[in-house]
Write a protein that binds this ligand. Structure first.
Ligand code: CA
Length: 345
């Protein structure tokens, strides 16, 4: 017979052991849970974070699709004929008479501003073609200068040689199609230069251009990015272009100024083209953001109203931009429209 006292001790030890085991087993699940909790947290923020990242990086001069809705306002796209027959496009463009109906006079000026060593803006005035172009480049080191110069030169060359590249979709009136074609050739030229030289990779540029047709009294305005075209008519300044920026797409904060489209960044880029009927007395203003960010539209309007001389007005506007901080390169082209009749023989 076992000793009852020994049996009692053994039983007590077994019970205590069981109690200890239960405590250990109960305590154990808490540890895995506390490990799982932090693991469970990341999926939530990481589900949000990529979204924020995408929003910030999307427009980083790369993705245009997000902003395709901005195309809705494009008059020429809406006005483009269903048929791509050249005759119909020309008809839609308005009848072209034998005589000039308007006379355009232009002055351009660029200024590096007060803060930047380089001037990454470029512009061209092609009086023979009544074509006016401003490009505002960006890139590492001085690649922005290269991009804007390539852009302006490629567009100029297209008009000088009457080589506007292959037919593009959607069909546009002939002169609008020329301007778009020239702009797309500039896009290809910059991409090719960037592919050839590592120092140029990632460069790009904005562009705004105005192409006047005196004989059918039209102006074709093309733009990509945040370089702008304004029109002064009946003493009122109107911004004709809408910036391709995040801000214009409704994004607020620091990234609002980030471009949603640029020339020379991707093989495909949408070029906004609009057609206007210029009237004698109109003044068209093309500018880089070095003017429009430094000088309020009301002040630009007041300057144009008080300064009929185009040379003086371009100088006054760049001076105002420098007085407003001159944080960026400033480029201005002013085009005055006059009635052609007084100068006709
Ligand atoms: Ca600029």
């Amino acid at each position: 017979m076992p000793d009852p006292q020994l049996l009692y001790i053994v039983t007590a030890v077994v019970v205590l052991g069981l109690v200890a085991w239960v405590i250990v087993v109960l305590a154990r699940p808490e540890k895995p849970e506390s490990k799982d909790e932090p693991r469970a947290l990341p999926p939530e923020p990481s589900a949000d974070a990529p979204k924020l990242d995408v929003k910030i990086h999307l427009p980083d001069r790369q993705k245009q699709r997000l902003h395709s809705h901005a195309e809705i306002h494009d008059e020429p796209n809406a006005a483009a004929p269903q048929s791509s027959l050249p005759g119909e496009q020309e008809e839609d463009d308005g009848p072209t008479g034998p005589n000039a109906l308007i006379l355009v006079t232009a002055v351009g000026l660029t200024d590096p501003g007060l803060k930047r060593k380089h001037n990454e803006d470029a512009y061209a005035i092609l009086e023979d073609h009544q074509l006016f172009v401003i490009a505002d480049g960006m890139g590492r080191h001085a690649a922005g200068e290269v991009a804007s110069r390539l852009c302006v030169d490629a567009i100029s060359e297209a008009f000088r040689t009457a080589s506007f590249g292959p037919p593009r979709e959607p069909p546009l009136p002939r002169r609008a199609a020329r301007l778009r074609g020239a702009t797309l050739l500039a896009n290809e030229r910059i991409l090719a230069a960037a592919a050839e030289n590592d120092a140029y990779s990632g460069m790009g540029t904005t562009v705004v251009s105005a192409y006047f047709s005196a004989n059918n009294q039209r102006v074709y305005i093309a733009h990509v990015g945040d370089s702008r075209c304004y029109r002064l008519r009946a003493r009122k300044l109107t911004q004709l272009t809408r910036d391709h920026t995040l801000g214009a797409a409704g994004i607020q904060g620091k990234s609002a100024a980030v471009l949603s489209r640029a020339i020379g960044v991707e093989p495909a880029v949408e070029v906004d083209v609009q057609v206007e009927s210029p009237l004698p007395g109109d003044v068209y203003l093309l500018c880089s953001d070095g003017l429009s960010r430094m000088v309020a539209a009301e002040e630009i309007e007041a300057t144009l109203l008080s300064t009929p001389d185009l040379d003086v007005a371009t100088k006054t506007l760049t001076d105002l931009a420098n007085r407003g901080g001159g944080r960026d390169n400033i480029t201005v082209i002013l085009v005055r429209v006059d009635d052609a009749k007084p100068s006709s023989p």
